[in-house]
Design a protein around this ligand. Structure first.
Ligand code: G3H
Ligand code: 13P
Ligand code: ZN
Length: 318
């Protein structure tokens, strides 16, 4: 069942966070759906601009509709991750997405408001919902590089949400994209979430850059010929604390890429005579499903699918 992120957030708010997982190909799609169905979790499939050009946007869109048929028990949103205005409009008009993210966070405040508002108006007219972003994550976000964190300012978040009518807001609190998030111990600004929640009670917030970069995964990759020294991520035991402060969506991409990397490095190290892509693919799909199911337990979304489905169906009847 394809739903909007807004519907998922209404059920999750204050209790748990929904996993938003980036995928690029068939093997990830199969593992993702299986992992969420196995752990009985509602979820968000994220398609980035990069993913849409890596495969082909039509291929990804067709895979989403097909996955919905293969896994009728799944309750999920199809979301554009880090879109620019043109990509948002393309997704809004595609008839496939239920949610888009407009990322104009690199623009000055007023320009961000202007662009976001145009996307919100177009999306709402077609029944889609919009995530926007305020503040900058250190490192690379799509094509934009930020040398340091520009934390979200709570008073600006309030004005931004009121001015744009966006349905959820990605906030910069010290996370970053990729496998190298912190030098030393992690420093996340939960105080910012707390302030925003006071100003915008009940409004769904989003945490990007939230992969945990598990150290055992990194060690296995390095032992199989990789070189990811110094990789580190977000402490997953903080997810439920974030959910209490209004975080309803937690974005995970890098951790899934690490699973892919570990499976393929170990497979070809242990089976140098093999060359058939299906052989490591058969290992990857269940491993990815296992990873998703375990992540959903940490997010608190595992076991919530029946309640979320019933809640969404009941609210549609009202
Ligand atoms: O925020 C970035 C996501 O991890 C997507 O990455 O642009 O390489 O697909 P990508
Ligand atoms: P990670 O790189 O931490 O997985 O973050 C992914 C993300 O924020 C996608 O938008
Ligand atoms: Zn992101």
């Amino acid at each position: 069942m394809i739903v909007t992120t807004k519907e998922l957030f209404a059920h999750a708010y204050g209790k748990y966070a929904i996993g938003a997982y980036n995928i690029n190909n068939l093997e990830q799609t199969m593992g993702l759906f299986k992992g969420n169905v196995d752990s009985k979790a509602p979820f968000i499939v994220q398609l980035s601009k990069g993913a849409r050009s890596y495969t082909h946007k039509l291929m990804l869109e067709a895979m989403m509709n097909t996955a919905d048929k293969i896994f009728p028990e799944a309750v999920f949103a199809i979301h554009l991750d880090h879109g620019d205005e043109a990509t948002c409009m393309d997704c809004i008009n595609s008839g496939v997405y239920s949610s888009v993210m407009i990322d104009a966070s690199h623009e000055p405040f007023e320009k961000n408001v202007e662009i976001t508002k145009r996307v919100v108006d177009a999306a709402h007219a077609k029944g889609l919902v919009v995530e926007a972003e305020l503040g900058l994550l250190k490192g690379i976000e799509e094509d934009v590089v930020a040398a340091d964190h520009v934390y979200t300012k709570p008073d600006e978040a309030f004005r931004f949400v009121k001015a744009t009518g966006c349905d959820s807001l990605a906030c910069a609190i010290g996370t970053s994209h990729g496998a190298f998030k912190f030098k030393g111990s992690q420093k996340l600004r939960f105080d910012i979430l707390e302030e925003i929640q006071k100003l915008l009670p009940g409004f769904p917030l989003v945490m990007h850059g939230s992969s945990s970069v598990p150290q055992d995964e990194v060690a296995r990759i390095n032992a199989a010929g990789g070189n990811l020294k110094g990789a580190s991520g977000v402490d997953a035991s903080q997810f439920l604390g974030a959910a209490k402060l209004g975080v309803t969506k937690i974005n995970i991409d890098t951790d899934g890429r690490l699973v892919w990397c570990r499976v393929h490095r170990e497979f070809f190290r242990d089976h140098p005579e093999k060359f058939d892509l299906r052989d490591p693919g058969k290992v990857f799909m269940p491993e990815y499903a296992k990873f998703i199911a375990a992540k959903n337990v940490l997010l608190g979304s595992a076991g919530q699918v029946d309640a979320a489905r019933a809640y969404i169906q009941a609210s549609k009847k009202k």
